[in-house]
Write a protein of this length. Sequence first.
Lengths: 417, 417
Amino acid sequence: MRLSPSLSIDRAQLLADLDRLSLIGRAPDGGMTRRALSREDAEARSYVMERMRAAGLDVRHDEVGNVRARRRGRCKAPDGPCVMTGSHLDSVPSGGKLDGPLGVVGALAAIEALDRAGVHTDKPIEIAIFVGEEGSRFPRGTIGSAAMSGHVAVEAILALQDPDGIVYRDALATYGDRGVPLPGCAEKGSIDSFVELHVEQGGVLEASGVPIGVVTAIAGLVQRRVAFLGDANHAGATPMNLRHDALLAAADWCLSVERAAQVVGGGAVGTVGKLEVSPGGKNIIPGRVDAICDLRAPQPLLLSAIDELVLAALRASAAPRGVEFEQVLLQRVEPGPMDERPMRAVEAAAAACGLLAQRMPSGAIHDALHLAEACPSTMIFVPSIGGKSHCPTEATDPQHLMQGCEVLAHTLAILAG
Amino acid sequence: MRLSPSLSIDRAQLLADLDRLSLIGRAPDGGMTRRALSREDAEARSYVMERMRAAGLDVRHDEVGNVRARRRGRCKAPDGPCVMTGSHLDSVPSGGKLDGPLGVVGALAAIEALDRAGVHTDKPIEIAIFVGEEGSRFPRGTIGSAAMSGHVAVEAILALQDPDGIVYRDALATYGDRGVPLPGCAEKGSIDSFVELHVEQGGVLEASGVPIGVVTAIAGLVQRRVAFLGDANHAGATPMNLRHDALLAAADWCLSVERAAQVVGGGAVGTVGKLEVSPGGKNIIPGRVDAICDLRAPQPLLLSAIDELVLAALRASAAPRGVEFEQVLLQRVEPGPMDERPMRAVEAAAAACGLLAQRMPSGAIHDALHLAEACPSTMIFVPSIGGKSHCPTEATDPQHLMQGCEVLAHTLAILAG
């Protein structure tokens, strides 16, 4: 098909959809909490499914609760490979209104724009609502996409338990309307390509003034739990040279994590976000510090490099102070490279819309990480104001939301041909 | 009087007294909790007062609840200036068995040794049980000694409130047996000199292998509450150069506190014992850190020097990361110099016992800090195993306990003449 400059997004409808979803699970602080398979999650999904049906889509669900809503293609095989887009509706506790929902209702807005412009594509287009992306209920995130890509077996997902001991399978049974069942969810050949619209959740686009990010890779992740074991003693009575201060060892190591990211470069980042000091008395030398470091990089070699530097820094920080340490790997997720074909489609779409686009890695993990294992994938990022996300103040300029949807509509038209 | 080498301590009685007191307010972890004026505090005091009366002492109390138990002197004026010793019976939450009690029952053991040896002194000797030394209930510590020295007005102390809103005056009314009332507690001329036996609570004596410490000064104290205000953002999506990580600023500052103590020297110490990271998510860049630093030095100029370095380090740590900070002075306590006369008496007493003694500052605050405002004062330290204190594992070799009491007995004999 030819690119149509007339693919216009219904701004009022898009913003109304986002506002409507932001009321579901709304907390007093203005954030929203929709844990996977919860009542609030189901309510949000029902709202979107009703909108999908009204838009003429064929709404189905798979074995783990993912929704797949299909717009028919012109080609002979109605069940042939589709171009997929979509995101998730579950949230972190007290999260923002865009992380997830933008990629779902933005996809709907894009398809409605195709409909209004009379654009028909050869391949079907599907909007996916991936279940349990955030990991705020069950012991892992990206549940739905991991199942869809075959990364994790369906049986393993159905056996997951939340902290209250509720099994995924049982929670799924109470999840409400899920549409018409699909035969299975691990259907690699059924997806031609995947593109997910999402807020950046960082400040790169805002800093560069570019409205569209084209994601080149989902950064991999290493998280390690670290304990520094010193000697809790009286802060007044213990001379500096007789101390084994666990916090000083930890402080030195935190600065090493920062230096490791700077040394490795290439988009690697390292963070100590959680750090607890024991016993925590104002006049007691810290005897123990428990911390978690979160290391990310868009390439496996870079991820291993920062991890090795951070591990080596443990000894360098602890030993000179006579402090012991322990560490355990919590998780390692390999980076997910995106594919040139959908990336170029996004760039062509942005050009058709007269918008600048820049290639960038995603430091956050998304469902696209797993979809990339099953088909050529990428993501479209729009700027986050102040780089804020996972908080009630998460926001994007409405103009940028519109532009993201417009680029997505053109991208879908290009990929579905 | 002549020094008598026959001043022998009743080891079994001393250890039995310490053991008996350690059962009062005993917690499951083996520590003991005796908050000021509590039932447990009163029970401990009753036990000791009974022992005091059995030893023939005249047991009285003052307006804030301090006990003063007097052994008569030979001089004409029975109410003339006394040589005072003693310590406290209240404890930190889950504290050790020696911090406080050793200086009380050790004093009793010393007086009983004088009695057994038939040593009579010209001046009276008094054992004080100071009330509320630890500050674990009312908003300040060293309550009894601050009142006795006139450092704080009696009325101000009686008006103190604990966290439950209970006023000191009312708590005192339920404090049980306090002996015979004294006319007042701020009687500067009534005390000739003061010497307090205490565990070191640090590792200096253990490291040097010397059994007796002669305290030259009580270190002064500056405590400041500090907040670092950064920007909480997604740990994956925010490049290193766009961060305002409050924990990295705080970590840098913690290391500066250590360096400041090393630069100032002269016994100055600096500790960050309390540090809290917000929001504390493992994948969120810390947006805020709240910390308290505790700075100590045995001389006012050194205390000001370390305080100024630590304050200057706040800006140096925060500004390069675009992190803001706030700080507020929680308290400043001036150092208390000890007096040569009682210090030399302790050294002579140690020599008479054939024991090495070394001069050292006390990094911890004690009742001697306030007594020094009213009369020539010092303290006798005995080694703490592993430098441990304010914890259930606080301990001292029984031989060192005995030696401390023996040196105290000789010191009292010298000072009371």
